[in-house]
Structures are given as structure tokens and as C-alpha cells.
Design a protein around this ligand. Structure first.
Ligand code: SAH
Ligand code: SF4
Length: 374
């Protein structure tokens, strides 16, 4: 009979063996590979380069999650890919529909049990998917539910692309025409992933999504804005302004203490010149705090620096998070006041759009995305 000591040693050795198996068993996450990366991978396993375009087509256009369905690949290659690679990064847990606007919120789970959200906003002539780049966000903006929930980790390129692929599959015939990086997290703090996913979305082989329909939104990381401009990707850039005054911006967006508005304005000018695009300023309206005549003047001055437009967003309540500090004091500017503010900006020759609140009945509106952290 084995002694207790020998049994526990045996148990421990078994655990070590199983852990080692798991490490060697780790599959390559092919989802999120760009065409160039797929080409490198094909060459590394002794396959011709053109296989990469076939894989690209199956993964991103046919939205195929099973190598065995890739009919123009040999049985042997399909088996090899199946043994070594993985095509599913997220599981769709639930979807929620907003009855008032038709907005849909998708809750996904990652392999390490984190929850993230994407939001699909159907409109008359387009259907916009709002995707996340991080689990939570480290930047702690005082008006944002994601900021209040804290930060866990960056998402992988596969996890970002899968939000689109799983939603597109779920959505069936209703085609997604626009992708905005405005879900959970700061895309420019997950720069490589943002770049890789945007490259996949805008690639000429990715049918159905054209390069003008991708928008990256940032709270302002100037050197990354410049790097994005130099990347050659022609995505639209939105900048979360919320105040044209350094002091107040720092109060509601702590990142402004590290990267001032002044530095960001210089980077945005660079982006606009280099990409020949107009920058969108996002402006969430907070009652008595950023909706005064002085704000109109400061925004007007700012908009004169490079081609831009303003996207005014009614403040979406974050009361469901029970916030403290300044967050608890924030109130939305009443709608008629918003319209008066917009009129004043327009009379200064500024292009202004007012974004309609979408899906606040299911906490899917801008800045309302937050899920419980483990
Ligand atoms: N981190 C990026 C993108 C995600 S946030 C960024 O900050 O730009 C997407 C947009 O929602 C940003 O413009 C953000 O400022 C805005 N937002 C955040 N919380 C909001 C709220 N409670 N009401 C309205 N808009 C909000
Ligand atoms: Fe992060 Fe953007 Fe929310 Fe600020 S607004 S906390 S940057 S997700």
C-alpha cells in the first residue's frame, strides 16, 4: 500500500506533468494575424505563401471558426492547423436589445473569464459596431463607467477582431458598415492591437468594410497619435475633448495632467495634415461645467487650428455605478440648452453634430459600458 507521503508526491508529480502539458499544448491564436503574419506562419510550416490569402479569406470574410470547413485546403493541412492553432478567442455570453432604439449590446467572455462588451447601433443607412480594446480602462475619466470599473488587461488583436466577426455572424444579413473604437478602453494604450485589427478591417481583401469607415477614438496620447498618422492606415480619428480648458479637462480626465491639451492639439494637427482628414472632437455636455459661453469661445478658437468638427454627446448617466467624488456631481446639460450651445458654435462657422443617445435603457450608450470585475 502507498503511504500518504508517496501518494501526495505522486499527486504533485501528476500536477506538474499536467501543467507542462498545458504549456506545450498552447495553441497559436491565428485570429488577429494580419496577411503578412499569416504569410510568415505559412512559410514557417512549409506551406506556400498563397495559402495565407486563402486562410485570410476563410477567417475574416467567411467568418469560419473551424479549419475542417476550409475546403480549398488539403486534409493534411487542415489537420495540422487544427492541432496547432486556435480560431476562437471569445465566447458570446448574452445579447441585450434596446426596445427604444434597436441598439444591441453583446457581452463576451475571454478565455481567462474576463467580460467585455460591444454595441451595435443600427441606423437608417448604416450599422455601426462599437468595439472594446481593453478589459476596463486605466485612465479613470470621471464621467465614464468603464473608467470607474478599473483596468485588468489589454485585449489581443484576435479578441478585438472577434468582436466584429462574432457580431457579424450573429447579425446575419444586416451588414455592419462602420466600426468605431469607442467601447471599453483606450485604443492608443493598446497600440499594436489597434493597428493590427484596423489593418485587418481595412485590408483590400476584407470585403465589405472600406477604409473610410473605421474611427479610432482617443482621450489623447500625443506620441501615439503621431505614430498612428505615420502608420499609413487612413482611419478617422476622434479626440475626446470635453473641455478646451486645461484645468477643467485635468479635473475630469486625469490623463490631461500627463499629456496636456496643448501637446495633443499639436499631434492632432499633425494627424490632420498627414492623413488629410478632419478630426472629430467629442464633447460630452456637463451641466454648468463645460456648457457656458466661455466654452463656446474656447472651442471656436481650438477649431480654427486645423480641419475639424464637433460631435456633441449628451452625458449618459453613470449613476448605476454609485460613483463618489466629482463623478457623483456630474449632471447632463438639459437638451434645449445643448441645442442653444450648438447654435452658438454653428454661428461661429463650426460644423457640429449632435449624437443621439443610443441604448441607455440597457446601459449601452457612450461611456456606460462596465462589467463586474472578478
Ligand atoms: N477611450 C477612448 C474610447 C472609448 S470612450 C476615448 O476616451 O476616447 C468613447 C467615447 O465615449 C469618448 O468620447 C468618451 O469621452 C465618451 N464617454 C465616456 N463616458 C461618457 C458618458 N458617461 N456619457 C457620454 N459620453 C461618454
Ligand atoms: Fe477610458 Fe475613454 Fe472611459 Fe476615459 S472615456 S476612462 S479613456 S474608456
Amino acid at each position: 500500500m502507498l503511504s500518504i507521503k508517496t501518494t501526495s508526491l505522486f499527486f504533485e508529480l501528476t500536477c506538474i506533468y499536467l501543467r507542462a502539458m498545458k504549456t506545450t499544448d498552447k495553441k497559436i491564436e491565428l485570429k488577429g494575424f494580419t496577411l503578412a503574419e499569416l504569410q510568415d506562419y505559412c512559410i514557417s510550416i512549409g506551406e506556400p505563401k498563397f495559402r495565407a490569402s486563402q486562410l485570410f479569406n476563410w477567417i475574416y470574410n467567411h467568418i469560419c471558426f473551424d479549419f475542417n470547413e476550409m475546403q480549398n485546403l488539403s486534409k493534411e493541412l487542415r489537420g495540422k492547423l487544427d492541432d496547432n492553432c486556435n480560431l476562437r478567442t471569445l465566447n458570446l455570453v448574452t445579447t441585450q436589445n434596446s426596445h427604444s432604439t434597436g441598439t444591441k449590446k453583446f457581452l463576451f467572455e475571454t478565455h481567462d473569464k474576463h467580460k467585455i462588451e460591444s454595441v451595435l447601433i443600427p441606423e437608417k443607412e448604416r450599422s455601426t459596431l462599437c468595439i472594446s480594446t481593453q478589459v476596463g480602462c486605466p485612465l479613470d475619466c470621471k464621467f465614464c463607467a468603464t473608467g470607474l470599473m478599473g483596468y485588468k488587461r489589454n485585449l489581443t488583436a484576435g479578441e478585438v477582431v472577434d468582436q466584429y466577426l462574432l457580431t457579424a455572424k450573429e447579425n446575419g444579413k444586416e451588414k455592419i458598415t462602420n466600426i468605431v473604437y469607442m467601447g471599453m478602453g483606450e485604443p492608443l494604450l493598446n497600440f499594436t492591437t489597434t493597428l493590427k485589427s484596423a489593418e485587418i478591417f481595412t485590408h483590400e481583401l476584407t470585403k465589405g468594410l472600406s477604409r473610410t469607415r473605421i474611427t479610432v477614438s482617443t482621450s489623447g496620447i500625443p506620441h501615439k497619435i503621431k505614430e498612428l498618422a505615420d502608420s499609413g492606415l487612413r482611419v478617422k480619428l476622434a479626440f475626446s475633448l470635453h473641455s478646451a480648458f486645461e484645468d477643467f479637462r485635468s479635473k475630469i480626465m486625469p490623463i490631461n495632467k500627463k499629456y496636456s491639451l496643448k501637446e495633443n492639439v499639436e499631434a492632432l494637427k499633425y494627424y490632420s495634415q498627414k492623413t488629410k482628414t478632419r478630426i472629430t472632437f467629442e464633447y460630452t455636455m456637463l451641466k454648468d461645467l463645460n456648457d457656458t459661453d466661455d466654452d463656446v469661445k474656447a472651442i471656436t478658437k481650438l477649431c480654427a487650428k486645423f480641419p475639424s468638427k464637433i460631435n456633441v454627446i449628451p452625458f449618459n448617466s453613470i449613476k448605476h455605478m454609485n460613483p463618489g467624488g466629482i463623478s457623483a456631481e456630474l449632471e447632463p446639460t438639459p437638451y434645449d440648452e445643448i441645442l442653444r450651445f450648438v447654435d452658438k458654435l454653428r454661428s461661429n462657422n463650426i460644423t457640429v453634430m449632435v449624437r443621439e443617445t443610443q441604448g441607455d435603457d440597457i446601459a449601452a450608450a457612450c461611456g456606460q459600458l462596465a462589467v463586474k470585475m472578478k
